[in-house]
Ligand binder design. Structure first.
Ligand code: RAM
Length: 514
């Protein structure tokens, strides 16, 4: 599935007042110095950075620097020359990698549907040594590899210093100390918070390597995790205002907003992402009771639901099958999304009803609550199969459908849990493709009362990323097919990704021991 939407002549509708409020909430970044890499290797031989700094490097030499854990920041190199006079430029390539195995990927071979420009690689000429070079971009990385493309027979290159100043708007001071049942869970918790911290920039980015952008589905999960950790309320509020402040001309929210210059909605609509807005707003208000935000964002939130009610439904109150292609749900080719979208819509209607309750609007509160109920009934009629004991969407059995039907209370308790088990065991069911979907699977297990199974899954799925070399959580992880990429090549996958940061939320909410 390729996610490319281009609407010719697209002009977002701008609400200046909301965007101005978002601008005021822009957080300051906290900068941290990382003066030396913690481990190094030269042509495969491990050594200290001190030793490496005294080794003259020439054509073909490769130095790999490990900064110890994932960082988002700016890199500076101090270079010098050894040997005779520098009679030609020093020419080298730098590869920045979030996990070690990313360095084994062949950047030239990438031919997928995302831009190759995301690959974190620079080729530099340095005409005059010694030199202190600040690299041009902000990178997301733990490893930095320098490959000497050429010096000359008369001189060699010396890498005297390599440092990084990392940046994030998350304040580690705000973190409460927490411990879970065992060291495995503690490591998962820490990696989850590192993931959120590195995605917390001047907006909540989906991934600091790529797309470095505000996506609605990611935002909801980051916000939930932030409420139990960094408590970045202003940043979350800013992100909500950005989605409301630049929208499709018909009021729909875009799946993501470009924020590097003047905020601008992307011309990409994903029905389930837009429906996440009322949920995210309701959760934000639950945390903060922020009246200003309720006043400003209630109508934009309700519009997301109203749009789907007007344009996306069949007469018998199910999401129209032809609308299903405007949903995301998961990176999963061939997934029938109709039942999942119905589940998301029911959850959004419940959130809309709570929002109206907060605003004292009894009439609309009742309307949304009734609509949610009638759509649950419709879902049971349309999707539930007594014979198979699970929901079937467009003739297809998937875990996705069971998960969203469970989260929407279309089925509950053991009935829901058994349906998920059965779908997981079904030979033709499309596999879950992203930590985003796995998050909702764990939440559905918890809702169905399967605490142990939820915790086991969290341990094995997110723990699996740590075993495979992560110290932050990834955009994509399919344990049986570790090289899976939705983009046609792992080298553009993000290995510190917003929607994967939720273990800290799940552990704190449901499994806190001290
Ligand atoms: C990708 C991004 C983002 C996600 C969308 C649907 O482009 O990684 O995190 O929300 O897909």
């Amino acid at each position: 599935m390729q996610l490319i939407s281009i609407i010719p002549g697209f002009q977002p509708m701008t609400d200046r007042r909301l965007l101005d409020k978002a601008a005021v909430l822009t957080p300051a970044l906290v900068y941290t110095e990382h003066p030396v890499p913690v481990r190094c290797a030269l042509n495969g031989e491990e050594m200290t950075f001190e030793a490496l700094a005294s080794r003259p490097l020439s054509r073909g030499d490769q130095a790999v620097l490990d900064f110890g854990h994932h960082l988002v920041g700016r890199v500076t190199l101090s270079l010098d020359c050894a040997g005779s006079h520098q009679d030609a430029p020093a020419f080298f390539r730098l590869d920045m990698a979030e996990i070690a195995s990313e360095l084994d990927e062949d950047a030239e071979a990438y031919d997928g549907w995302l831009s190759r420009s995301w690959i974190q690689q620079e080729k530099l000429h340095v005409d005059l040594l010694p030199a202190r070079i600040s690299l041009p971009r902000r990178y997301a990385f733990r490893y930095l590899r320098l490959t000497v493309l050429d010096t000359s027979p008369k001189y060699q290159l010396l890498l005297k210093e390599a440092s990084c100043v990392s940046e994030s708007s998350a304040d580690p001071e705000a973190l409460p100390e927490r411990h879970f049942a065992d060291s495995r869970l503690n490591s998962i918790y820490e990696a989850s918070l590192r993931t959120l911290k590195d995605c917390s920039q001047q907006v909540l980015e989906d991934g600091p390597k790529r797309d470095r952008r505000l996506w609605l589905g990611d935002l909801r999960l980051q916000a939930l995790t932030s409420y139990v950790s960094y408590r970045s309320y202003d940043l979350i509020k800013r992100c909500l205002y950005l989605f409301a402040g630049s929208r499709f001309p018909d009021g729909r929210m875009s799946a993501n907003v470009f924020t590097d210059a003047e905020p601008e909605a992307d011309d990409t609509y994903l029905m389930d992402y837009a429906l996440m807005f009322p949920l995210a707003l309701n959760e934000y208000l639950e945390e903060t009771g922020d009246h200003e935000a309720l006043g400003d964002l209630l109508e934009p939130a309700l519009e997301q639901v109203e749009y789907v009610l007007r344009h996306g439904m069949t007469a018998d109150r199910t999401v129209a099958p032809e609308q299903a292609s405007s949903g995301f749900i998961d990176w999963s080719d061939g997934l029938d999304r109709q039942a999942s979208l119905q589940g998301v819509l029911i959850c959004a209607l419940d959130a809309a009803s709570s929002l109206c309750a907060r605003a004292g609007d009894e009439q609309r509160r009742c309307r949304y609550a009734e609509l949610a109920q009638s759509m649950r009934d419709a879902a049971r009629t349309e999707f539930w199969s007594d014979e198979r004991g699970l929901c079937v969407s467009g003739g297809q059995v998937s875990v996705h459908s069971q998960v969203w039907m469970t989260l929407a209370d279309v089925m509950t308790g053991e009935t829901a849990a058994r349906a998920m088990d059965a779908a997981l065991a079904a030979p033709d069911a499309p596999p879950m493709g992203s930590p985003y979907m796995h998050h909702y699977y764990v939440m559905a297990l918890l809702r169905a009362g399967r605490r142990e199974q939820a915790l086991d899954h969290l341990r094995s799925y997110w723990g699996g990323m740590l075993d495979a070399g992560g110290d932050t959580f990834w955009e994509c992880w399919v344990p049986d097919e570790p090289r899976t990429s939705p983009y046609g090549g792992m080298i553009v996958n993000s290995f510190c990704h917003a929607w994967s940061c939720t273990p800290a939320y799940i552990l704190t909410k449901f499994f806190l021991t001290t």
